[in-house]
Design a protein. Structure first.
Length: 170
């Protein structure tokens, strides 16, 4: 259902997102969709919850698996965000389009990202360096969502450079 909603947003725009359109795209009954999402706002909240929950679960898993303590949150955020652009591009594009129309979702996302920023600032590397890395990663993320893709070689070099900055100690 969430992927169907993303497909509608990406092909027809957020204004075309209706529960009826999602049910049709997902090939389920409207009643089946209403069981999970009674309103369009609930559907968009579901997209937000799905993306942010999966993102933070993945961050937690990656940081726990990282044997190096310094910079692990910054490395995890960097790798995961670059990976999202490769694997979850359509869902992220739809999600950002959807939240643009919902101040409550923007506030919810901001709360989640403040938690992330706290981890990054306390990542046992220089907090200015870790914050600059996060901002650069955010820039890459939006750059690609806007279709301004770097060639693969430059993109990989940027990723490797940002990751190398996480190796310094505080």
């Amino acid at each position: 259902m969430l992927r169907a909603a993303a497909q509608i947003i990406n092909t027809k725009g957020v204004l075309a997102l209706t529960l009826e359109a999602v049910a049709k795209e997902a090939k389920i009954s409207k009643g089946g969709l209403f069981y999970h999402f009674a309103t369009k706002d609930e559907l968009m909240k579901g997209m937000n919850d799905f993306i942010m929950h999966n993102f933070f679960d993945d961050l937690e898993r990656i940081t726990k698996d990282d044997p190096r303590h310094n910079g692990k949150w910054t490395r995890a955020y960097t790798n995961l965000t670059f990976n999202l652009l490769d694997n979850e591009f359509e869902m992220n594009l739809a999600f950002l389009s959807a939240i643009a129309t919902s101040p409550d979702l923007v506030k919810s996302m901001a709360r989640d990202l403040k938690v992330l920023q706290n981890h990054i600032e306390n990542d046992q590397i220089n907090p200015i360096v870790s914050t600059v890395i996060r901002l650069a990663v955010d820039g890459m993320y939006f750059n690609q969502l806007y279709g301004l893709n770097l060639n693969e070689d430059v993109r990989d070099q940027v990723l490797n450079y940002l990751l190398s900055l996480t190796e310094e100690e505080k």
